[in-house]
Design a protein around this ligand. Structure first.
Ligand SMILES: *Cc1c(COP(=O)(O)O)cnc(C)c1O
Length: 482
């Protein structure tokens, strides 16, 4: 019989020890939160030296209190703080308070979403949450979906199912059974030249290779040029290639630019292609009362990537893939005697593994279920709209200053700009912000030049913080040039 205080069970002693450890953990976290900086500033080589352990697995266990002490001393002070107002580097969000409690529940019960007998209530909650999400995005009653580990997995799933459906319907070929068809080198998918790299990675994983991804030029607003799309598809058809899918990016990673879905839909219909929306970023805009129209095109797509660990401010991981025709999930079904027997499913036991490329899977749907109800439509409208309005404000300030150049007008919450100086100066400013000021912003390249990027997901961010950031950047400009 193992000793108590090992697992959380119905034993009183376990429960008391759980409470004690959780409260000690909470105290450690709160102590580490006593800073407004996004990062304490240590350089990578110093951090590496500081965190190096001679022994990870000691002869005898050190016990929880000692290891928590070490965590507090070494790791917590050097964590990045996504909830700091001066963290604006990536589509990497602060997390809503209630979602941290949801994570505790997820960890304690450790449900696994592959089969009903590992997650009875959780399965029903995921199914119900997906049903509501399909409605929210105008996907109709035939739609279905599943939670995934992130936008990359959602995109991979969508492209796998699009490939399989195209081969089934247009080539009368069953990829699930036979593998790729003979003509597989001719399959083509179209996405803008600034789409996310999960397109290339997916094409590789799906046995199609990077050459299957046709990069469509973007216009000055960094949106897919639909005239160019049409031309490229026509050219491929002439050459005997097989266009099967277009991926519209609804919120590009750098600019938040939104590809024009209605026009792309027409091209897809004309050439018999499926239309996937990579809305890993822009999916959150649907909850803004004032700006939801910017992503109205989502309802016209055949499939949709929604990332909840970006604009929706939920902890990593949390994402979903939605399909307008839920039956298209079928190629992912596989019945195993040890897990998801058909006889059980006939009797009403839902096994979600049949829609997923994962087997063991987290109960991430709980975070959406909790935070949607906690905040409501009005609460969510404010959270999302404030980021969009902050981006518009920052852009205005940049335009008004002779020291800065801007790129595109922000459509969501990203602002890409540069200091009117060399690429080297812009690069150095970002590094100095991190290590001298504890401020973390992003960097990218626009028209061959290094640019700075602010991704404004934090709903508490103030105009004052943005004004101070611009002032700090100019101070650093003068400093790094000396
Ligand atoms: C972030 C992002 C992804 C990838 O999502 P992960 O959750 O990081 O896997 C895909 N597409 C776009 C447009 C993104 O911004």
């Amino acid at each position: 019989m193992p000793s108590a205080e090992l697992l959380l069970t119905d034993r009183k002693a376990d429960q008391e020890e759980f409470r004690r450890q959780i409260l000690a953990g909470v105290d450690a976290v709160l102590k580490a939160m006593n800073t407004s900086k996004a990062y304490a500033g240590m350089l990578p080589r110093d951090l590496e030296r500081f965190l190096h352990e001679e022994v990870l697995l000691p002869e005898h266990g050190l016990g929880f209190d000692e290891v928590l002490r070490r965590t507090e001393e070494k790791i917590l002070p050097n964590m990045l703080h996504p909830s700091s107002q001066t963290y604006m580097a990536h589509l990497h969000s602060p997390v809503l308070l209630e979602s941290i409690v949801a994570e505790l529940i997820i960890a304690v019960f450790n449900q696994s979403m592959d089969s009903w007998d590992q997650s009875p209530a959780a399965t029903e909650i995921e199914v119900d949450t997906i049903r509501h999400l399909c409605r929210l995005y105008g996907f109709g009653e035939e739609a279905d979906g599943v939670f995934t580990s992130g936008g990359s997995q959602s995109n991979l799933t969508a492209l796998l199912l699009a490939r399989d459906r195209f081969c089934r319907e247009k080539l009368t070929w069953d990829v699930q059974k036979h593998g790729l068809p003979e003509q597989y080198r001719k399959l083509r998918l179209y996405t803008s030249e600034i789409s996310h790299f999960s397109m290339e990675k997916s094409a590789h994983l799906l046995g199609l290779g990077y050459e299957a991804v046709v990069k469509v030029p973007v216009d000055a607003a960094q949106k897919m040029d639909v005239g160019e799309l049409t031309r490229l598809v026509e050219e491929d058809v002439r050459r005997g290639n097989l266009p099967f899918c277009v991926v519209a990016t609804e919120g590009t990673t750098d600019y938040g630019s939104i590809d024009p879905v209605p026009a792309i839909r027409k091209v897809c219909d004309r050439f018999g292609m499926l239309l996937h929306a990579d809305a890993a970023y822009g999916s959150g805009v649907i909850l803004s009362g004032k700006y939801a129209g910017r992503v109205a095109g989502l309802s016209l797509c055949d499939s949709l990537t929604v990332d909840f660990h970006k604009m929706f401010l939920l902890p990593i991981s949390c994402s979903a893939i939605l399909l307008k025709n839920g039956k298209d999930f079928r190629p992912l079904e596989y019945h195993a005697d040890y897990l998801n027997r058909e006889e059980d499913e006939e009797d009403g036991y839902t096994n979600l593994v049949g829609k997923s490329i994962q087997t063991t899977r987290r109960f991430d749907a709980l975070k959406v279920w909790i935070s949607f109800q906690v905040r409501g439509k009005d609460g969510w409208d404010k959270l999302i709209s404030s980021g969009i309005e902050n981006a518009a404000y920052l852009h205005e300030r940049l335009v008004a200053s002779p020291d800065f150049e801007t790129t595109t007008l922000p459509e969501i919450t990203s602002v890409v700009f540069r200091v009117r100086d060399t690429d080297e100066v812009n690069r150095k400013i970002r590094r100095a912000l991190i290590h001298q000021c504890g401020i973390v912003i992003g960097q990218t390249v626009f028209q061959g030049h290094v640019c700075l990027k602010c991704t404004l997901l934090n709903p508490e961010l103030t105009h004052e913080t943005l004004d101070k950031l611009l002032a700090q950047i100019l101070i650093l400009r003068d400093q790094v040039k000396q």
